[in-house]
Design a protein around this ligand. Structure first.
Ligand SMILES: Nc1nc2c(c(=O)[nH]1)N[C@H]1C(S)=C(S)[C@@H](COP(=O)(O)O)O[C@H]1N2
Ligand SMILES: [Mo]
Length: 412
């Protein structure tokens, strides 16, 4: 549950003001970025070679998928350093070419309108003066790991690094809606940010949540990420945080909230980000005729973070493993490991619990390795008893991949 926190209003306000000055050079930075190395994401077909860029805007050492608008992936070793992903290595995803690069925090306004008694135009000071909550939550792109889909699908070929976990601080969406007074005719709440397409016909990026979800007290409008103002590329000055749901709803640089009396049928809700309405969003390649729904709750996942595929371990010595897991829309109940292809499983030890929406660290020591190779499988089960599937899922959008991961180790 988010905790109320009423401290440090003034500090925060200064921090937000300071951050504005620091963001002025954002556009120039991507043009000047340098590439020092490449990484191989290990995608099927050997198509996963990517540039590692040390200095893209205010990000460091990120895997570059695209520069405009930016798609930046977090390298896996970052997840070995703790459950909270550093802001300057947190992944970045935008759809539209024209993204905000500078914000005047004194004139910025958040509009709240539509099916409300009183339309609002809220300044950052207005938001900073409201009761605060904090939640630790995983932000994961719907298409995280899309590059591993077989057969391949269209769309950004992410490895596993289009995810991150942060402590998000902000105000409850419910409190903002209550201030405007939601009319009984309200059915959904729709969100838009400051970004735009470069062509006028490109539809604005708009996402919507059902009114009850929007008012559940867990959905927040965040202005701090790990205690700092949001990086420009992660939605400065404010963004939506929808714990347990895929990041497509976590609208960045949020400047418009519209309460609507119908189900949002804009392109980004009705056409894009639709998944098969089947367990785990799984269908057969080429299958058609199934019902689709807007993507929604996340599913459990787990990863080994201290050893990469192809790493060597010492023969005759116990193998220390550690990693991270997430429950999806509920907490992690259990993480298990198998070294016999899934025939038997042993429980890992779970690390500290930062709340059900956060990453959960885990560790385990496997008995001394004998043969010449070792394949480790890791499986998370959430508190709703949902486990990761053993066989890969598939859907045409390349969404929600959460197959049990395998790490192949060399024993020498
Ligand atoms: N305004 C705006 N918000 C947005 C998007 C966008 O294109 N524009 N993309 C969404 C998607 S699909 C993802 S995966 C997350 C990525 O959040 P991040 O860049 O902070 O990691 O932002 C979401 N919020
Ligand atoms: Mo996404």
């Amino acid at each position: 549950m988010p905790q109320a926190n009423h401290h440090a209003h003034h500090t925060t306000r200064r921090q937000l003001l300071g951050a504005t000055a620091a963001t002025a050079g954002l556009l120039a930075a991507p043009r000047a970025f340098s590439q020092t190395a490449t990484v191989d994401l290990g995608l099927p077909g050997g198509v996963g070679e990517r540039a590692l860029v040390p200095n893209f805007a205010d990000k460091r050492n990120m895997i570059l998928l695209r520069t405009r608008p930016p798609l930046l992936e977090t390298p896996m070793p970052v997840f070995d350093q703790g459950v909270f992903t550093p802001n300057d290595q947190f992944y970045v995803r935008w759809h539209l070419a024209d993204i905000p690069t500078e914000i005047d925090v004194s004139t910025f306004r958040l509009a709240v309108h539509g099916q409300v008694n009183q339309a609002l135009s809220l300044s950052l000071s207005d938001l900073l003066a409201m009761p605060r909550v904090e939640v630790a939550a995983v932000n994961q792109c719907s298409g995280n790991s899309r590059g591993f889909f077989q057969p391949r699908v269209a769309g950004g070929e992410w490895g596993h690094g289009a995810m991150g976990c942060a402590k998000w601080t902000g105000v409850r969406l419910r409190d903002v809606l209550d201030r405007a007074g939601v009319k009984p005719s309200a059915m959904q709440v729709s969100f838009k940010g400051l970004d735009r397409g470069s062509l006028t016909e490109t539809p604005d990026f708009r996402k919507a949540l059902d009114i009850d979800h929007a008012r559940d007290g867990e959905v927040i409008i965040a202005f701090l990420m790990n205690g700092q103002p949001l990086p420009m590329l992660n939605g400065f000055p404010i963004r939506m945080v929808v714990p347990g749901w895929y990041a497509t709803y976590w609208v960045k640089a949020l400047n418009d909230i519209e309460v609507i009396d119908h189900v949002d049928d804009n392109f980004w809700m009705k056409t894009a980000y639709q998944i098969p309405d089947t367990p785990g969003a799984n269908v057969k390649p080429g299958e058609s005729g199934f019902k689709t729904v807007p993507i929604n709750r996340m599913v459990p996942r787990s990863f080994v973070t201290n050893l990469a595929n192809g790493a060597s371990v010492r023969r005759g010595a116990p193998v220390a493993l550690r990693g991270i897991a997430m429950g999806g829309d509920v907490g992690v109940e259990q993480v298990e490991l198998s070294t016999d292809g899934g025939a038997s499983w042993r429980a890992a030890t779970l690390g500290p619990d930062f709340g059900r929406y956060a990453f959960r660290s885990w560790s385990a020591e496997l008995p001394a390795a004998t043969g010449s190779s070792l394949e480790v499988m890791v499986r998370a089960t959430n508190t709703a008893k949902l486990s990761q599937p053993a066989t890969p899922i598939w859907n045409g959008g390349g969404y929600m991949l959460n197959t049990i991961e395998k790490t192949s180790l060399i024993v020498a």
